[in-house]
Design a protein around this ligand. Structure first.
Ligand SMILES: Nc1ncnc2c1ncn2[C@@H]1O[C@H](COP(=O)(O)OP(=O)(O)O)[C@@H](O)[C@H]1O
Ligand SMILES: [Mg+2]
Length: 260
């Protein structure tokens, strides 16, 4: 199994705050990898660097053998990294289909002139995008609301919509940022099954997740951060019984979930 993503000695400083400190790990092709840790551990910061929202202060990030840490996000996304956001980024007045299609328009190869002329190639690309969008909407189970405005959908379906939009860009690595936040038990279970089905389609997945049951159920490997540093890495079983991990969670504030 080869390394799809390699994070090497990554440090991120925000002024005097060290959000990530010399963090090294890899995400293997075909796996579901989890990134966990108490609030403020540096999980979102790591995700933002991998999706090129901002660069690391020190260290390197490699994707499919290519160094990506100094690239702008518009150059990283087409390499095959796609993500969902903890705070949903859905266009409320657009339908489900429009929301998925809007993520795809940057992918068309025809230029502006071709678009104005509506060449045969352009029409074919539009047709393919449309088919592709419908296919992923069906895959996440939103076929019955394909023409519904996003503002009329409950949170659970909005999370599925973000997932469909991320999948429609054909990523090889999918980053999911607390995709189960706010979902009920049944919806979380369905999300777990969906994530495994995506992995089975050959898409590698990297999740930041607060729901410990979900993480422990779906992940092949888990990386644990605490106060910016990697304190453990291993299978769900290994991580659960790791003393430093248990301590980090017990030492966290009262509203933190404790690994059970
Ligand atoms: N854009 C930012 N500017 C300044 N400080 C930040 C920024 N993003 C995160 N931090 C700080 O970095 C640390 C790690 O935060 P974060 O990565 O959001 O943790 P987590 O996602 O694990 O809860 C925190 O102390 C946070 O306040
Ligand atoms: Mg966070």
């Amino acid at each position: 199994m080869s390394n799809l993503l390699e994070v090497k000695g990554v440090t991120k400083r925000f002024g005097g705050v060290i959000a990530n400190k010399d963090v090294t790990f890899s995400v293997e092709t075909g796996n579901i990898t989890g990134l966990i840790g108490p609030n403020g551990a540096g999980k979102s910061t790591m995700f933002n660097m991998v999706s090129a929202v901002f660069p690391p202060t020190e260290g390197e990030i490699w994707f499919q053998g290519k160094r990506i840490d100094q690239l702008p996000s518009y150059k990283v996304a087409p390499l095959g990294i796609s993500r969902t956001f903890q705070n949903l980024q859905v266009f409320k007045t657009m339908t489900v289909l429009e929301n998925v299609m809007v993520g795809l328009h940057t992918k068309t190869k025809s230029g502006i002139v071709a678009a104005a002329l509506k060449t045969k190639k352009m029409r074919q690309e539009e047709e393919d995008m449309y088919e592709n969008a419908l296919q992923w909407i069906d895959f996440v189970g939103l076929s019955d609301v394909v023409a519904t405005e996003a503002s009329n959908l409950p949170l659970g379906k909005l999370r599925l919509l973000e997932l469909a939009r991320a999948l429609a860009t054909s990523p090889s690595l999918l980053l999911l940022d607390e995709i189960a936040a706010g979902l009920n038990n049944q919806e979380t279970l369905e999300m777990a099954n969906l994530i495994k089905a995506i992995r089975d389609k050959g898409i590698s997945i990297f999740v930041v997740e607060h729901d410990m049951d979900l993480v422990m159920t779906i992940c092949d490997k888990i990386i644990v951060l605490d106060q910016g540093e990697k304190i453990a890495e291993g299978t769900p079983k290994e991580v659960q019984s790791n003393e430093r991990v248990v301590e980090a969670y017990l030492g966290a504030s009262e509203d933190e979930e404790v690994i059970s």
